[in-house]
Design a protein around this ligand. Sequence first.
Ligand code: ADP
Ligand code: MG
Length: 704
Amino acid sequence: MSEYLDIPSLYGSSVFSDKEMRARLPREIYKRLAASMATGEELDPAVADATASAMKAWAIEQGATHYTHWFQPLTGTTAEKHDSFISPQKDGSVIMELRGKELIRGEPDASSFPSGGIRATFEARGYTVWDITSPAFLYDNGDTKTLCIPTAFCGYNGEALDQKTPLLRSMEAVSRQAVRICRLFGDNLTQRVTTSVGPEQEYFIVDRETYLKRKDLIFTGRTLFGAMPPKGQEMEDHYFGAIKERVSNYMKDLDIELWKLGIPAKTEHNEVAPAQHELAPIFSTTNIATDHNQLTMEVMQKVAKRHGLACLLHEKPFAGVNGSGKHNNWSISTNTGVNLLEPGDTPHENAQFLLFLVAVIKAVDDYQELLRVSVATAGNDHRLGANEAPPAVVSMFVGEELEGILEAIEKDEPYDSKEKDVMKVGVHVLPRFAKDTTDRNRTSPFAFTGNKFEFRMPGSALSISGPNVVLNTAVAEELRQFADELEEAADFNSALHELIKKTIREHKRIIFNGNGYDDEWLEEAARRGLANLRTTPDALPAFISEKSVSLFQTHKVFTKEEIEARYEILLENYCKVLSIEANTMLDMARREILPAASEYSSSLASAAVTKKTMNPAAAVGYEEKISLRISDLASDMLTKAEELEDELMKAKSCGDTTEEAVYFKDHVLPAMNALRIDGDALETVTSREYWPYPTYGEMLITSY
Ligand code: ADP
Ligand code: MG
């Protein structure tokens, strides 16, 4: 039964929103708070105290007893440490209190979060600072409600220890440079420029009972064994297909939870693989979109549990069917509401658009390796280049129309046959690009889609902070170079034309409108000199290169120490993931698969003996053949398990993390693949009754 839902009143009801602030704060305080929220500037103590007190009152009315500084450490998830509002009084009673100081700054015991060696142990303390541009919210967990204050997390000397600090810094950087460009076009009104993101989140839903029977899913988020079911995604009947009732009920509940948190969940549909789905919110400012996406991933898992389901966010939960990504739709606009990637209608608007467009083209070309780094994880390595997601080579799609225009500018030609004049920036009007001509290529890693770019390489489990830090900073750098040059120009229009022309000439190699899944493209990309960094250990060294350090230092996004620390954490994480996967495989092989296979083959053997005892002429071909086949496979599997164990030991005795990660990639991963082949072969000959865990078919097709 569907009940009526008053969504407008529900929406944002768990957020200490602008509306709540205005209603609860004295006018003068509210005005000062709103000003700080718009600019991100620090609050003065009086405003902070009043805000804290109003926020506490609101939270308590809704049933909260605790608050937490909510932050995003480098573990990839979110962290919180709960404090209650109680404050003891002299007479032995307590009052409920939240002071301005506590709202703005916290000191969690941070010593056990990864810091990549940046923080010596005697400086174990870190602190969290309220990101005033992201609103506080109430998080429901069963019977408890907690007031969550979104914060950035830093070491004692201000070193960034989280995902948010560099993101905020990169947003500042791009704003600073983009405002300079706006001024050059005579825009004196714009004060800030912000980047916006709409992340499309893919995920799998499986039955929880089924999920709980698989150690690989529980410990690693992906299946490490599993033979292909008779029916996979070949019928292509799942994509945009009718949503099953159980999933539809889940989605409804998920929407409600997200809407309460002010997360604008908008579209939900089935994806290509069976049991795969997607959720896309309406885009928002990058730091808020990042907070929201982290929360979305948590809420997805929480609500799934409530429905007897499990939500899998891993990039490749099932071999042989499509994995999950997270498309990062990115745009850049002024605080006066102009989308700088919108071509506009006049030659003047067109000229500004073209400059921003070529800035992004140059940024993606110059920093292609860093973009690759920003999506590099053990999980995503299974997806990129596997003909279901973009290849590991970064390239850009701009559509034929726009490519034609860029070519006309570069070659001083008219852009269509009806025109007589050569294409002149700032003089000619560009044609309107229809959305369907800019959105057709689904295989491109980085596509222009009419008024935004869609970066399609991020994996489904990734925080979108990293990709956006790189994107913002790289674009900031190109805008800086452009502004430096154009500010000095005697004749702005001709300097602009020449700059755009030169940029197209030097960076058009990154533009590729063809099929990115084609092997020929990889050869062509190599001829063009584009990087093809296939795995995480291949990609990560670009992060600590001189070019990378110089970029991030120039724009005050990372110090050299912060980069080195992050490099170390990323590598460590890669090794840890593979190590857990290898150990899980060994455990499943020895304690589940081999015993099951042995039991089944002995039952076949005794059946054969019994039959022969009853009648020496009885045919026992089936029992004998399968029993022998299982014995062969099982012995081989045992050998493969020993080999894997051996490689794992060797990996762990490598000298440094870089070496260790390469060893994991070159030796441990192939040993895991070899072990899996035997396991999956055994699955196909062992009776279902004896098989220790649910099969692909049961998880993907028949479980709900
Ligand atoms: P699809 O990719 O399915 O065709 P859209 O392109 O309309 O759908 O939107 C995909 C995502 O891009 C959504 O999250 C949407 O909010 C976001 N998006 C739309 N416009 C912008 C923009 N200007 N900046 C950033 N994200 C945007
Ligand atoms: Mg899209």
